[in-house]
Design a protein. Structure first.
Length: 309
């Protein structure tokens, strides 16, 4: 008679209950490390935001006495043509810029992940605009648009470019789009490069064997497999361009007139111009818009290309 196997489980022994992940006890030390960041965020962000939101229901000019006036500031915002034009410019500028940036960045990413020479050096060169301050870039391009470009336009007989486009209310916005895109393209391109490098080479080899050309591989393989990265760049880019400020200040300062004034400029200028409570109401509305876009981003990017849950 053979002895019972030692590998056999002992009778009557109970297995330890499996604890659900959500019920696991969190080590208090984690909360201890979280506390400094939470306190700093609360003091520097949350408390000022709540106080500012409260001031939006007053007639405060930023100091001194004030009175509670209810929602009059919010009603006045929807009747203010200057504020409405700033929203129109900001939304239109953000939409056009995000399309230009993503289109050019995607094409550059395709080129820099293909079999071309010096692609590593080219990647380094293309990233340079991303590390330069926006205000410095704006002042450099302001000189180019005000001096170099008109000189070229006069030499070539192009009447539209013979004068500075920064002084043209119909063309000044193009300069803002151009300079903003020039700085934003490298960061967007890097994300696209990361996405393109995740596509297995075997997929392209199989498609080539089946007779798929480069255009068909782009539409049927590359674009679908990088759709998540396109969504990420589109949403993040749009949110970032809504906050445009430094490049516009250095390039046009909101002019000519108020043709290139963004929402961020209107808010900051109002703080120093005696419209503190009024612009706090404007900031509250602008905050709600960015929250809606952030929620849209979370919904669209969930489960896309490894992003989200």
């Amino acid at each position: 008679m053979s002895a019972p196997s030692s590998a056999a489980p002992a009778r009557g022994r109970r297995r330890a209950p499996v604890t659900p992940r959500s019920r696991r006890r969190v080590d208090p030390v984690f909360y201890l490390f979280l506390l400094p960041s939470l306190a700093l965020f609360t003091v520097a962000i949350t408390v000022p935001a709540v106080i500012g939101f409260a001031y939006s229901f007053t007639n405060s000019i930023g100091f001194g006495d004030f009175e509670w006036i209810g929602v009059r500031n919010y009603i006045a915002l929807f009747r203010d043509e200057g504020i409405l034009s700033a929203y129109a410019f900001t939304l239109g500028f953000a939409l056009v810029t995000v399309i230009v940036v993503n289109a050019i960045a995607y094409l550059l990413a395709l080129a820099l992940t293909s079999s071309i020479r010096f692609k590593t050096a080219l990647r380094t060169i293309y990233v340079i605009p991303m590390v330069i301050s926006g205000i410095i870039i704006a002042y450099v391009f302001q000189f180019l648009f005000s001096n170099s470009l008109p000189a070229i336009g006069q030499a070539m007989g192009i009447e539209t470019l013979s004068t500075s486009i920064l002084a043209n209310p119909d063309l000044a916005w193009l300069s803002v789009v151009f300079v903003t895109a020039w700085q934003a393209i490298p960061g967007t391109m890097l994300i696209y490069i990361a996405g393109l490098l995740t596509i297995p080479g075997e997929v392209y080899e199989a498609a080539a064997i089946d007779g798929a050309g480069s255009t068909r591989r782009l539409w049927n393989i590359t674009l679908p497999l990088t759709a998540g990265y396109i969504v990420i760049n589109t949403i993040l880019g749009f949110k970032g361009f809504l906050n445009a400020y430094d490049i516009i200040v250095g390039l046009t300062n909101g002019g000519p007139g108020v043709s290139t004034r963004s929402i961020a400029m209107a808010i900051f200028n109002g703080f120093s111009g005696g419209d503190y409570a009024y612009q706090m109401a404007n900031a509250a509305i602008f905050f709600l818009i960015t929250v809606v876009i952030a929620l849209l981003q979370l919904r669209l990017t969930r489960g896309k290309a490894g992003f989200g849950s």
